[in-house]
Design a protein around this ligand. Structure first.
Ligand code: AMP
Ligand code: ZN
Length: 114
């Protein structure tokens, strides 16, 4: 989608700090990190958010999770743990309408979220 920020990042038309990728997903460092490790994992295909995700795209979700596993390993998060988050809609503070999974780690994360 040409006017989508994260599509533009995936396509390299807007700069990001890449963190990794596989066939279906791309990862880059969040521009405003809220934890020592804060990476966004997005599908290369434009999908709006988790509420519009369709079962036919199951392989994409698998690709996103697999990439998160690679990144958790790379950032030595497996022993201490980490959090994967999908925000959906305004109550969750969702600001970008391209599906993205936050990978947060490197500090103790509070629960419930504020
Ligand atoms: P959400 O609130 O779940 O929609 O998350 C959107 C995230 O995208 C926020 O954590 C932002 O800091 C992050 N973000 C927005 N623009 C950029 C950008 N150009 N590069 C990297 N991260 C971004
Ligand atoms: Zn997009």
């Amino acid at each position: 989608m040409s006017d989508c920020l994260f599509c533009s990042i995936v396509q390299g038309n807007i700069d990001s700090k890449p963190a990794g990728e596989n066939d279906l997903a791309f990862a880059f460092y969040d521009i405003a990190p809220v934890a020592p490790v804060h990476i966004l994992i997005v599908p290369k295909k434009h999908i709006v958010n988790a509420s519009t995700f369709e079962p036919a795209d199951a392989a994409i979700l698998s690709g996103m999770i697999t990439l998160s596993q690679d990144l958790a390993q790379e950032h030595n998060l497996n022993d201490r743990g980490y959090r994967l988050v999908f925000n959906v809609g305004s109550d969750a503070g969702n600001t970008v309408d391209h599906l993205h999974m936050h990978l947060l780690g490197g500090r103790r994360l509070g629960w419930p979220p504020g």
